[in-house]
Design a protein around this ligand. Sequence first.
Ligand code: VG1
Ligand code: CO
Length: 555
Amino acid sequence: MTIVEIKTKIYDDQKPGTSGLRKSVKVFQQEHYTENFIQAIFTALEDQITGSTLVVGGDGRYYGKEAVQKIIRIAAANGVRKLIVGQHGILSTPAVSNLIRKYKTLGGIVLTASHNPGGPNADFGIKFNCDNGGPAPDHMTNKIFNITKSLTSYKIIPELNVNIDIIQTNEIKLDNTFTVDVIDSVNDYVILMKEIFNFPIIKELLQERKFELLVDCLNGVTGPYAKCIFGKELGLNDTNIVHSIPLEDFGGLHPDPNLTYAKDLVETVRNGTYDMGVAFDGDGDRNMIIGKKALFVTPSDSLAILAANLNVIPYFKKNGIKGYARSMPTAAAVDQVAKLNNIECFEVPTGWKYFGNLMDAGRLSICGEESFGTGSDHIREKDGIWACLAWLNVIAELKKSIEEIQKDHWLKFGRNFFTRYDYENCELEKANKVMTEVETKILDPAFKGTKLCDGTKNYVVKHADNYSYTDLIDKSVATKQGLRILFEDGSRIIFRLSGTGSSGATIRLYIEAYETDQNILYNDAQEVLKPLINIALNLSKMQEHTNRDKPTVIT
Ligand code: VG1
Ligand code: CO
């Protein structure tokens, strides 16, 4: 087998977004396109690549297996010593993060477009994670992008093919031995979960106490993990784990665990006797938690409630609680917990990569995003199954329903009402108009102190900006992370453009209000937030600029 150097053509659109490079499958299938990006990752790693070990796997979506073979051929040609590959090319994003850390590899390549639909006419994605197990930080993804803009060739062993459907160690004789270790996708992750949580008490909850759980994997990667953990280990009935076979096109589902795209689960729990429902996204890093009759727990509340109850989870009993964090648009519910518990709390830009440094520095134990992401420093990615187990562990110890736990939490800490409006797939130009409209208005120095009104409600602007963040540890700066309007009473309006879409633009509008008044505490969020929503829609001229009279998704 010989290494050949293939002359390539440059693609100028390989800039990774919030979490990796995401494009339609058709784009990745263009000649040299995938190869270029893989080569750029390896080139960016410079001499570390020689003799290195990397983890490779993805969420099982269409084009994943082909991409794995390409990675194998290019890795061998670039001097990588060993690849650890999930069987059938399957590894959840949290599982990749765990493997990188456990086997101390140089990093990993995750083949996923996460919550974006899959199939020949949908999306694919490639993401590089570093040796701490977390998504590559900005300086690394910028480096990769810059390399793609001047790449003239890539190295490959074209005839190399490895059977990734059989668990075995494949040794390929090149100048040195190149190893492809095809491993069980689930084992190491299950071991980790059993170290973190009190499995016996969760098992008792599900079996003796007959707590009814319904798990929806949305035909994404979590199926085999859920079956092993909730089924085999914790005794949950097979029929309580649905959509549990990873499908290349997710069976046509949009594997995004929210009230819109996981509506099957929501309806089944609403009309059934279930005590809890949970759904995960395509690559297994997101989770949605609902209680009896489909009571919705916002991800911001979920983070805060778990943060407030970490002391019942063995992992945190052992390691202590070092700090909390949330992404900027996430409602500040966890900040209230931090205040009362006297624990450090950080705010970072959108995207899990910004939590990594704080965790590595021993400053952060649990964090989350409003976009259905929750996780801890057990790995460096958000973790859907972890979040579900954390809830089960808390419920089992507190011996209360999700509704009671949530009510108690609001009584003690107050409630951060939150909603997100997504305007998906807008024309870029129209989306930009909305952002410019808002930015021009709020960056005007006179904006501070103005009173914005809707009906009888009015809000005084305390501060407004385009959010920028300086990393506490490495001092790197991330600018233009979202337009923020902060009001005197703690309410917030935030506008951002999504960085995970594959075409067009998605506008995200985030609205938050904090209340401690018991007469309001249990009211409907959309009602409570209505005045702020109206103010945001008027200020941005949303309808005028986008021709949309309502968002695609309301959370
Ligand atoms: C979205 C979410 C963000 C999340 C990111 C990746 O990004 O808002 O909170 O970290 O997806 O999640 P954006 O730029 O579209 O708003 V996943 O599950 O795709 O890895
Ligand atoms: Co995801």
